[in-house]
Design a protein around this ligand. Sequence first.
Ligand SMILES: [Zn+2]
Length: 499
Amino acid sequence: MTTTLPAYDEVVARYEPVIGLETHVELGTNTKMFCGCPTDFGGEPNTRVCPVCLGLPGSLPVANKAAIEATIRIGLALNCSIAEWSRFARKNYFYPDMPKDFQISQYDEPLCFDGYLDVEVNGELVRIGIERVHLEEDTGKTLHVGGATGRIHGATESLVDYNRAGIPLVEIVTKPVPGTGALAPEVARAYVTELRDVLRTLGVSDVRMEEGSLRCDVNTSLNLPGEEWGTRTETKNVNSLRSVERAVRSEMLRQASVLDAGGKITQETRHFHEDTGDTTPGRSKETATDYRYFPEPDLVPLAPDPAWVAELKAALPELPRLHRRRLQEQWGLSDLDMQSVLNAGAVELIEATVAAGATPAAARKWWLGELSRRANETGVELADVGATPEQVAELQGLVDAGKLNDKLARTVLEGVVAGEGSPTDVMTNRNLEVVSDTGALTAAVDEAIAANPDVADKIRSGKVAAAGALVGAVMKTTRGQADAKTVRELILERLGAQG
Ligand SMILES: [Zn+2]
């Protein structure tokens, strides 16, 4: 089926989008949620399992205190109220990815509720309401083999790996977010970005979207102005920040084309496809009734001591938005300049470079200039470009000490990125140090004067601006390694002119 999608501008002129986001975060605890199995990524399938996470008869779960603490800290960072009393619930279903045939989750008694997260989009603050933050256990992974698509359709067999089953998982659900108009896709992305930064700052998860430790489902609906909110779809499988934005946009376009044709939106889950950027229908959405929730009888209720919660709150680190504000002030940047630092993903890198001794201006110059360009060219994240903040600070130190000029420093940086060692190593090994020793330069200067008698005459007669041509000639014979200032002084001195 091919349909022509309407233009995005037309869609947002006619319809109002409402978005909502459900984010799952695997906590970085050492052990699983209800047993002592290790949680690290990878490992031979079904080696990190025990009677509890396999749901064998007679085994009993015990809640992981570190996971509860991490969840409360997330709730506090998201301005939530913390329940004085809450319970785990059994969520029953018949997929084979949970050996127990149910998942221990939280239903109507989440640990944290009713908060918000402020995000900035185009310099404006958007407050995203947080409905709830609850704790559950992750499911296993199912692999369908024999089919062309990796989906169950056409597969000859399915394999299941329970290593992931039972890893503590926090679900963070926003309230519906209306009123963002054309910015809806960007707001969605900004929210997930900010949430990821908060979680990273809290140190509760490694928040790697590509490894699935941060996963995002995106709800989207459209309605006509003044009418009730439309039927929403839930897009799953959104594995990068960029995809979050694309998924919302693509659902808005698809839903508009259905509504324009007089059709109705089906409430369903949809799968996002990285390659094409569009979504296809998955299963129709289960309702809460399908899961037959009931309180988990094998676990005691959670009743966190208010004094402990207050302690956790007082010990929260400075959160990313405030941290960025403080850095912006320290670095003396305009909102626009700070925005370009943010867009480049360079905040932490610049911060670390400054901590290693560079000035904010120099750190920003390298990370947003040469290194960003290189990251774009090679398609890697700036942090993975091959230079560390310490190396960048060292490089700038060599420039400040007059050992490298700008051009040589860029060549040295190439060597660093190529893995040739520290800036000092590369400079020494490739013999790139600036030559400012006058003895060594005098010969090159005399040679340049002899080769350009006309220019030399001009300088002798007082036209010192002509010295540039001779400086250029010396730079060329010294392969750019001469100190330009020293060369200029030498030329003027040899020709008896005043600088
Ligand atoms: Zn286990």
